[in-house]
Every structure is written in C-alpha cells, then in structure tokens.
Design a protein. Structure first.
Lengths: 332, 332
C-alpha cells in the first residue's frame, strides 16, 4: 500500500518480478485485499500467466500508513498496517525479505522494531548505490541517522563493505570517508575521530574523499552522516531536471539550438538514466536481523521489480548474517 | 601569489578588471615584485594601455603561503605573505577590499584576525552563489565552519540575507533552511533548533528546503553547516565532468551518437557554464570588518576579474556595515 503510485505500481511491479523470476521465488502482496485484487484484475494478461499465478499470494492488512503520517504514532495506532503485517511475516519465518515504497520513517522504525537490531549494531543504516564514472558506489548512511558519532560511521563503513562485497562481488571494497579535505586533520568532530577508527580497523580504508570525488568511482563505499547523505542524494536526483530545464530554455533561443536539443535528447536521456534512482531499485536497511529494502515514494513498477530482485539477492547472499558475524570483530 | 595559476592568472585578471573598470577603481598587486613585473611584461599590450597603467600599483610581499601549508602555522612563520600584507593594507585604510585565490584556510584566518570580527558575530562565514532554474541563490555557510550550532545558522541566515539584498537587489530575500524533510520536526539537533530561531526572527523564513530544492530557485538564501555546504558545492562542481565522461562514452558506441555529441557540445557547454564557479567569481567572507573575497584555487584570469568586480561592489554597497548594524538586532 506504500508509495505515491500504490497499490497499482506495486502490484504490477511485483507480478513482473514473479514472471521474470521463473519460479525462483514467490511474492506475498500485503495490503487491502479488494484493492490488490482490483489491481491484479487490471493486469489480467500478466496475472493469468501460469507461472505468475502460482507464485503470488495475498496477505490481508487493512491499515495504511500514509506518506505524511508520523512513523511512531502511525505504527502504534495502525497495528494492521501493510508495513507491520509484512515485516511480521518475515519475523515469523513466513517470508525471507520485505520490500516497501511507503513511508520511509515507518519502514525504518518498524523494521528495527519487528526484525530486531543485530547484536552490537548501534544504529541500523541505509545505503544507496550511486552511479559513478566507473562502477556504482554505496553511499552509507543515506538518510536514516543524523547526529552520528565516529563509532556509528565506523559501523556504517563495516556494514557497507559487507553489502558491497556480498552484492557486487568486490573483495575487500575500498572505503572512503566523506569529508571537506583530504588531510586527516580536516573535518568536523565526528569525521576527524572516525578517520582514526577507520585507519585502525581491518577495513580497506582509503582516507577522506571530497564532494567532487563522489562521481569519480575511486572508492566502493562512501561513509557519511545521514544528514549529508540525504541532502546529497536528493540534490543528485534533481540534477537531471535542472539540465532539462536549462536545455529547453536554450532551445527556445534559436531553431538551431532547438534542433540540437531534439537530436541530443536521447543521448542526454542515456546519461540521466544513470542518475535515476529507479534503475537502482531501493536502498537496503543494514544492521537488522533480516532483509528490508526501502523504495522511493515515487517508485514505478520497474523500480518495484528491481527492489524485489535486490531483496531476494540480499536474502540469498545472507548479507544480514555476514554483518552479524563481522560486527563482533569491532572493538567494543 | 595565491592559486594554482598564480601569479600569471592573477595579474592578467587584475589588469583586465582595471581596464574594464575605466578608472572607477585601482588595484594593488601584492606579492613578489619581480614575479609580478615579469607577468606584467607578458601582458604588454594590456599593461601599456594608459587607463590601466594609471590604475595599478605593486605592494611587495616576499613570503608565499602555499596551497598545502597549514593556515595557522603559515600565518605565524610567514609574516610577510601576500595574504597578510594585502589584508593589512585594508586594515590601514589603504585599500577597501581584498581578493585572493590562495589557501582558503589562511585567507579565512588572516581576514578574521587582521580585519577583525564584527561585534556580536560568533562565526564569520562564506557564502557561495549557486545557479538555479531561476536566479542564483546564496548557499551559506559554504565551508568555513563545521559543527555549527543553531545560533550560528541564524547568524548565517542574517548575513546571507543582507548580502543578497545588497548585492542582488532583492528586498527581503527568502531564506530556506537546508534539511532532510519539510516538516519542522525533521533534521539534526542544530537544524531543529535553528528552525525555531529562524521562525521567531524577522527574516523572511520559508521553512526547510531539501537537497532536491537547491537548483529550483525557490529561495534566495539557503542556510547550512559548512560541512554540508562544502560537500554539496564540490559535488555540484563535479557534475559537468561526470556528464562529459558519460557523453563521450556514449559517443564511442556509434557514429550517430558521436555526431550528436559533437553537435550538442555547444548546448551542453552553455548549461555547464552555469555550474561553473568561474562565472560567479569567488565567495565573500561575511561577518568581518571589511571586504574579503576568496577564490577557487583553480581561478582563471576571468575568475579573478569577476572576483575583483564582486569585491568592489561589496565595498561600495557597504555590506559589512549593514551586517554590523543588523546583527545587533538579534537576541543575544
């Protein structure tokens, strides 16, 4: 029921994931039954496909946490929300992973509450894959935690490294600390202290990276406070519309510019695509005892489908238990 | 002597500014005399121009603070640096403004030390004009202060508002607080408290703005901690090279793409230009008793020229004394 285009986009995306998975997994659609059935009806061809029909089911949940609801209040008053019911299915071993494009705060709180934090994890975190000139890089924390202390940044680095090595197959991923200068002494209280912790750790720490390095792909994991991560990610997302607006303004100036803009549209779109969150399909919550993938409120069917595949892979590759083991190695 | 292309770029830019100013102001070139004379020699035509010849002079300063020097140590050991000498000219009323593309930390410290902080200003700040879909907007703090508390953010908002109203002619500029959500309750400790202070102030406060709003031009002043400001600005600067790299990669894929990329080059360059710091010519230091404009290390002659015009205007419009008056209105 979560997300700006729910339940339509969610149902279509889920059915498409099931078809593409060719029986490798099943999806439980959690939410208002009649609404879900209505959307399934609209996807008649897809839902009627034999492979699809056998690999989805519906779990009724009558409450809906809206995008503007206060997470804590909503989780209390709406016990039967699709978020709560969906996560309890996983807690009760009836599901292996949870995916939602709903109220981010509510999904975060409910996941931590219902699945539980892994032992010794101070703050579960979300990591976002961002495009670079080379291969994508994980920005962690992407907005779950603000006012982070050095030890939290160290945890993020560890959890991010494990995610990247498990999911992108990079052995010993290179970790950078987002900072305002290259030198060890640069930064705010948290980053200066975190530099020391990271240097002492067994992680493959490459030192500080600056804002201008984000898109260069020089590191595999970039560690930062969730305030900075959130602002950066949202800024990056807005760059394509800025470009579009500027290019159309130029196109108004002359017929020549207009022709060029028309011709270049495809090229630009190709580049924009990489800055598009939908290609990347949601952000994983790391540090909880299970799998929870959180999508953008504006998730389209394609984004939902990608999130489901991402969630399946996170479960199969046992990211959560790998984190559980590795975190025990950190100094207390 | 400051900046990656100094003194060549600095001398050329300064002479060009003088020529364009048509006698409205003079420039004192501060640094190693023989080096400066050498560069002036290379700009024979420009320097020989009668108007130019009469409007520049040289103030010798033998020490050079390098880009990698530690600001505090360098200011102590290099008493005769071009930064120190130049700022003392202003303190001694022999100059009205100071411009440098040198070591940012050193210019910041020396400006605060030599010009002095304005009364009741806790932390002098730097503001950067960023392009938006509408008119440019001032991001303040752009990197001078980290670990800012709410009262510092309030000061930045006030100083930024005065700069924008004085320099861009906007009466009662709209102020936004950079945050991770629109709601008053969102953010870290500093922004949540700053929201309250800004709401109570006489500033034209529009509430929180998010990363995705930066390029929309919905506000005239965006307030943030210098850590976030620095990371964002450097990230924004790197976007054009990311685009260039991606477009050239697409161009390699087919002759059609190559032709389009060639044709679109001019259009793209037009858009990129706006993301280019050089067009904007340096950032002002606000909250000191005088005028100090700090340029990018990579400042070209054009950037230097723009910085000089910016500095002149800041002096003429008496930004510093307007801030001095306004800050007294803030609750202690």
């Amino acid at each position: 029921m979560g997300g700006d285009y729910a339940p339509a986009a969610v149902v279509t995306g889920a059915l498409e994931a099931v078809r593409e998975a060719q029986g490798r997994f099943s999806v439980i659609l959690v939410g208002r039954k009649e609404k879900i059935l209505e959307e399934i009806g609209k996807n008649g061809d897809l839902a009627g496909h034999e492979m699809v029909r056998e690999h989805y089911s519906i779990e009724p949940a009558d409450d809906v946490i809206e995008m503007h609801d206060s997470p804590t209040a909503a989780l209390k008053s709406k016990q039967n929300s699709s978020i709560g019911v969906g996560l309890r299915l996983q807690r009760d071993k009836k599901a292996d992973a949870f995916v939602s494009a709903g109220n981010t705060g509510a999904v975060l709180s409910a996941s931590t509450l219902i699945l539980g934090r892994l032992k010794r994890v101070g703050r579960p975190t979300i990591g976002a894959l961002i495009p670079t000139v080379k291969s994508p890089c994980l920005l962690v924390d992407a907005g779950a935690n603000v006012d982070c202390r050095a030890k939290h940044l160290l945890e993020f680095a560890l959890m991010g490294s494990i995610y990247v090595s498990s999911m992108l197959g990079k052995t010993d991923p290179v970790v950078g600390l987002l900072n305002i200068g290259e030198e060890e002494s640069k930064g705010n209280t948290a980053t200066v202290e975190a530099f020391g912790l990271l240097k002492q750790s067994k992680l493959n720490f490459a030192g500080n990276v600056e804002g201008r390095d984000l898109l260069k792909g020089t590191v595999d994991v970039i560690v930062c406070d969730g305030f900075v991560g959130n602002v950066l990610l949202k800024f990056g997302e807005s760059v394509p519309s800025f470009f579009k607006a500027k290019v159309s303004r130029l196109a108004e100036q002359s017929i020549r510019q207009k022709l060029i803009a028309l011709l270049a549209r495809g090229t630009l779109r190709g580049v924009m695509k990489e800055l598009d969150y939908q290609e990347y399909g949601g952000v994983p919550l790391l540090g909880v005892d299970g799998v929870s993938v959180i999508g953008h409120g504006r998730s389209t069917p394609k984004a939902i489908k990608n999130m489901i595949f991402r969630a399946e892979e996170t479960a199969v590759r046992q990211v959560s238990s790998r984190i559980a083991q590795a975190i025990l190695q950190l100094p207390e």
